[in-house]
Write a protein that binds this ligand. Sequence first.
Ligand code: ATP
Ligand code: NCN
Length: 190
Amino acid sequence: MTKKIGILGGTFDPPHFGHLLIASEVLTELQLDEIWFMPNQIPPHKQDKKFTTSEHRFNMLKLAVNSHEQFHIETIELLREGPSYTYETLKILCEKFPTYSFYFIIGADMIEYLPKWYRVEEVVKLVTFVGVKRPGYLMETKYPIIEVEVPQFDISSSLLREKLRLNKNTAYLLPEEVKRYIEENHLYGT
Ligand SMILES: Nc1ncnc2c1ncn2[C@@H]1O[C@H](COP(=O)(O)OP(=O)(O)OP(=O)(O)O)[C@@H](O)[C@H]1O
Ligand SMILES: O=C(O)c1ccc[n+]([C@@H]2O[C@H](COP(=O)([O-])O)[C@@H](O)[C@H]2O)c1
């Protein structure tokens, strides 16, 4: 069976409504069958930073995507040790699902960073990149990208980590279930 799959790769530390918004908009605009949220083990470009454990990031993502029947989690990168190079991942997924077409969703910050991706020239042959705007970043790139217009939402995991650390209001920025999980597990200084 052929399927059109959108992949949203990320660190999801924590997942927020910006992630869910772009996934939902791309799903409907491109008439995809499913979105696979794909948390990485070690983001290739942030190898020197510290992250919340894979287990907590996975659990939070599960709570975030639970209520949407076309949203799924792909754990391939979480199960692989070392930096999660997208090229390595996509090679495996394309072999495993030869009849699927993959659409890799990235925000404008990542579009700027694409020239530094490991074997990006090969990556563009494996997937269609779908770019979405993000406040403060340009959409310009020499790589082939489909742009999907989404309402811009100036929110990031870094902003949320900071707000949670300072015990500031996070209502309407992330799902309540995720917020509850963060508090119960005392993540981000809560
Ligand atoms: N508010 C947003 N608008 C558009 N794209 C977004 C938004 N938030 C995240 N993305 C995109 O989602 C993907 C995964 O992002 P990631 O999990 O790293 O979250 P982040 O908010 O960018 O995190 P951090 O602040 O820690 O860098 C990336 O392609 C990123 O560009
Ligand atoms: O493969 C690479 O070289 C590469 C470099 C930077 C980012 N990525 C991937 O791009 C996605 C978004 O990254 P991030 O850091 O915003 O979570 C995520 O799936 C990363 O693994 C991939």
